[in-house]
Design a protein around this ligand. Structure first.
Ligand code: GLN
Length: 477
């Protein structure tokens, strides 16, 4: 099978007239149609994307096209796209139409990207397998009996199955990197605050990041460059200037890097043997190429996952209080008074996992437990961030698995929420510390399921992270 072209090749062909945007959109629409059973898209904007492509083709001809002219993009169902449905994979937002564009979406459109549809995901981005969507699970294209990971499962499979060139997802605790690893594609979560969250449906606001999926690292660099940066609509977004990521990522980098990995990660009994082997091989290959790779200790490891689940559920319980049957979407028909309307609307339209998270979050925020859980978790979060920053005082990058296992079977973990939470064992660290992380494909296990390894870096080191990812994926046996 011919490998799919990266965007610079597509643009080259668009400019020399051997390809049109309309052809590109048709190609992706055909793949979406042929693989409908994977349940990747909740809405496909076929006619609209074709009309937009025809416009962009004209702009390319007359030399007025933007930097993303001809890039076909899918959006996870948590990103506001003006005059299009937005549901966060939930029944509670049934019938809701967005009135405005998320800043990231607006910036894509301003550069002539073409949006092809809205992608399935776990309800309110809560999940690790895409089985919590009100629209049913997405299937992994490498094995239809397996999950694609979550919560941005649709966005990952869309890339895997060539249904678009780039997907935007969201990553609160791994929702871009973990599905990227399950689907054999690259997925970047940037530094917290690098990309405006305006128009991203909130889950855990102090963790939420828009993330980018593609088969090609330079595509991720270019999209990040377009969507990152200051925004009047999000007071928490960083004012740091946005580097020219797309120019900084080079194929022939001869820098010798200092890389660390956590010894306990490799010794974790939860880690699938083939992923351990893959990590060890990678470490050896990096060493042979002259990089320094050292085993380090990270004493707070066992606290990272509980810290995430306490704080993320606390924030979720507060964020989701706005869905009350009054202002948005679903309202129960069986109400008798105001209170019963709130209760019934929420009980009928939120799925089981979302209700569990709201209850957990409300519990850790309740007056008698606030200090024992919420305050304590905040303190631990700060320690985790400080210890992690100290590592980056000495090392350029940390490498680790993206997830403890490759894609598991549909239904395998649905009865055991704790086991499901363990799927985030390695991905939540970057979110708790607020730093950038990426999952890149590193071969397959014996069943043919993709393995993803993760690289994390210090705050705002996306350029370096993408550069090293190029080195990392090339550095194979
Ligand atoms: N799986 C994690 C959770 O359920 C992460 C989700 C995410 O990053 N949106 O919370």
């Amino acid at each position: 099978m011919k490998p799919s072209p990266d965007f610079s090749e597509i643009q080259f062909n668009l400019r020399n007239g051997s390809l049109t945007c309309v052809e590109r959109v048709k190609y992706h629409l055909k793949n979406i149609e042929q693989k409908k059973t994977l349940n990747v898209f909740l809405s496909v904007y076929g006619d609209e994307a074709l009309a937009c492509a025809a416009e962009v083709d004209k702009k390319i001809k007359n030399g007025t096209a933007g930097r993303l002219a001809g890039m076909v993009i899918g959006l996870k169902d948590v990103l506001a796209h003006r005059h299009h449905p937005l549901q966060a994979g939930s029944r509670i937002l049934g019938g809701f139409i967005s009135q405005y564009n998320a800043t990231a979406v607006q910036r894509l459109l301003d550069e002539d990207a073409i949006i092809i549809g809205r992608q399935n995901c776990d309800e309110f981005a809560m999940g690790s397998s895409n089985e919590n969507s009100a629209f049913g699970p997405v299937l992994n294209d490498a094995d239809h009996t397996r999950v694609p990971g979550g919560s941005s499962g649709g966005s990952a499979v869309a890339i895997m199955a060539d249904m678009c060139q780039v997907s935007l997802g969201s990553d609160t605790g791994g929702s871009v990197r973990q599905p990227a690893s399950f689907c054999g594609v690259a997925g970047l979560k940037p530094t917290y605050s690098r990309i405006s969250r305006y128009g991203l449906i909130a889950y855990g606001s102090s963790f939420d990041c828009i993330g980018i999926f593609s088969k090609h690292l330079p595509d991720i660099a270019l999209v990040l460059e377009v969507i990152a940066g200051a925004d009047d609509f999000d007071s928490t977004v960083s004012q740091q200037p946005v580097p020219r990521y797309s120019e900084l990522i080079q194929k022939n980098d001869s820098t010798k890097y200092k890389v660390a990995y956590v010894r306990d990660h490799l010794e974790s009994p939860a880690l699938q043997e083939e992923i351990r082997e893959c990590m060890l091989k990678k470490i050896e290959a990096l060493r042979r190429s002259g990089h320094t790779v050292s085993a380090i200790e990270f004493p707070l490891l066992e606290h990272v996952l509980p810290t995430y689940y306490i704080l993320a559920t606390a924030e979720a319980s507060s964020n989701l209080s706005r869905f009350d049957g009054v202002r948005y979407g679903y309202r129960s028909k069986r109400t008798t008074d105001l209170l019963s309307m709130y209760k019934k609307s929420r009980a009928e339209a939120f799925g089981e996992e979302v209700q569990r998270r709201i209850l957990l979050g409300t519990f850790v925020l309740s007056a008698s437990y606030y200090d024992a859980y919420y305050t304590k978790a905040q303190k631990v979060r700060r320690l985790i961030r400080e210890k992690t920053k100290a590592i980056f005082g000495e090392y350029d990058f940390m490498i680790m698995p993206a997830a403890p296992t490759t894609a598991f079977k549909l239904g395998e973990l649905t009865d055991d929420p704790l086991q499901m939470y363990l799927a985030d064992l390695f991905s939540v660290h970057a979110n708790v510390a607020g730093i950038p992380g990426i999952s890149v494909p590193c071969g397959n296990d014996r069943k043919g399921m993709p393995i993803g390894l993760q690289i994390i870096a210090d705050d705002f080191k996306e350029a370096e992270l993408l550069q090293f990812s190029e080195v990392f994926v090339r550095n194979v046996e």
